[in-house]
Write a protein that binds this ligand. Structure first.
Ligand SMILES: Cc1cc2nc3c(=O)[nH]c(=O)nc-3n(C[C@H](O)[C@H](O)[C@H](O)COP(=O)(O)O)c2cc1C
Length: 343
């Protein structure tokens, strides 16, 4: 089955959900252009989610995707968090911030019964998950009201695990991808492989459609993924400069600069590995630092630094999520960018 048949769309393209960088506006533009727009919900309250879903329903009758994280919330570890704040203390002194207290900037909640209650009223065509799947009963609820379920896999093993639990399609997320790695069966980053190594192996192992993600930036990248057996593609980074995205000013500036050619996987901003443009914070603490608290707790401590630095136009302490290929980033309307991806 093609991805277009599965989701009821015209183009085999998904605009990747990007929590913190976009909301309904980008999703609406992409869905109205004939591809699948996505609404990321990881950083939305149930009320925020309802408002965004109402905005989408009011602006398009086309299918769209609603995306959630599925991590197990960590138990707070006061000692570890204190040690982390201690490590950041010199930066707080430098910026003249007295209270290295978190400001709740960047809290992320997993899919829950409360989120399902909101979602059920909208019954979107597609629901996608990152970091595995929700509990079997929540998964059954989503499937029962008719949404197609998608989830990210970063290894063949994860892809098989997802198929066995009933997903309708799998996103093969190569290591080039911007933002958080969907990795969930292991924490070992040496298991992470590139899109063109992962994709054909996942296609071979599964019978459900496979969607390629990571490093795809233009029509020839889309065609190459399709020739390796992808039923469709998911692009995130390419949409970050579109006027409909909510990408911050420092993030936009970094994406447009030469610095964007140097990205790394880092756990400093959330506690989980995610790909972003190298900045001062990553360079000085090492992009992966064992002292960072568990996901999503690490985000809290850095929030005041990020805010202060951004107020001076600096992205030194901001997550500048981007994939390894920013050549597709264009300051053009998302509909135009979407149409240009199909030759
Ligand atoms: C700014 C940004 C935020 C992201 N946030 C999410 C998210 O909230 N949920 C999710 O499933 N994937 C998220 N991702 C990962 C994308 O789903 C996708 O795997 C990735 O964008 C594909 O690689 P590319 O960026 O090279 O196109 C994010 C990616 C970026 C660049």
């Amino acid at each position: 089955m093609t991805m277009q048949e599965l989701f009821g769309i015209r183009l085999p393209i998904i605009q990747a959900p990007m929590a913190g960088s976009q909301g309904s506006e980008l999703a609406i533009a992409v869905s109205n252009a004939g591809a699948l727009g996505s609404l990321p919900c990881a950083m939305l309250s149930p009320d925020g989610m309802r408002a965004e879903l109402q905005a989408i329903r009011g602006a398009t009758d086309q299918p769209f995707n609603v995306n959630f994280f599925c991590h197990t919330p960590p138990t707070a570890d006061a000692k570890r968090e204190a040690a982390w704040r201690e490590l950041l203390a010199p930066y707080f002194r430098e910026y003249g911030i007295d209270r290295p207290e978190g400001s709740g900037g960047g809290s992320r909640a997993p899919f829950s019964a409360a989120a399902a209650d909101v979602l059920e009223r909208f019954k979107p065509n597609v629901v996608s998950f990152h970091f595995g799947l929700p509990s079997a009963d929540l998964m059954a609820r989503v499937k029962k009201w008719g949404s197609k379920v998608l989830a990210s896999a970063t290894t063949v093993e994860e892809a098989v695990w997802l198929e066995q639990r009933g997903v309708d399609a799998v996103i093969a997320q190569g290591a080039e991808a911007g933002g958080h790695r969907g990795i969930f069966l292991s924490q070992d980053l040496s298991t992470q492989v590139g899109t063109f190594a992962l994709l054909p192996q996942v296609v071979k192992a599964l019978s459900v459609p496979v969607i390629a993600a990571g490093g795809i930036a233009d029509a020839s990248g889309v065609a190459a993924a399709m020739s390796l057996g992808a039923a469709g593609v998911q692009l995130g980074t390419a949409y970050l400069l579109c006027p409909e995205a909510k990408t911050s000013a420092v993030h936009r500036a970094a994406l447009k600069s030469n610095r964007a050619s140097h990205t790394a996987l880092t756990n400093l901003f959330s506690g989980r590995p995610a790909r972003g443009i190298m900045n001062r914070f990553m360079a000085e603490l090492g992009p992966i630092n064992g002292a960072a608290p568990a996901f999503p707790l690490a985000a809290d401590a850095v929030a005041p630094l990020r805010k202060k630095a951004e107020s001076t136009g600096s992205g030194d302490f901001s997550p500048l999520w981007a994939g390894q290929n920013v050549s597709g980033c264009k300051e053009i309307p998302a509909a135009e960018l979407t149409r240009a991806l199909i030759r």
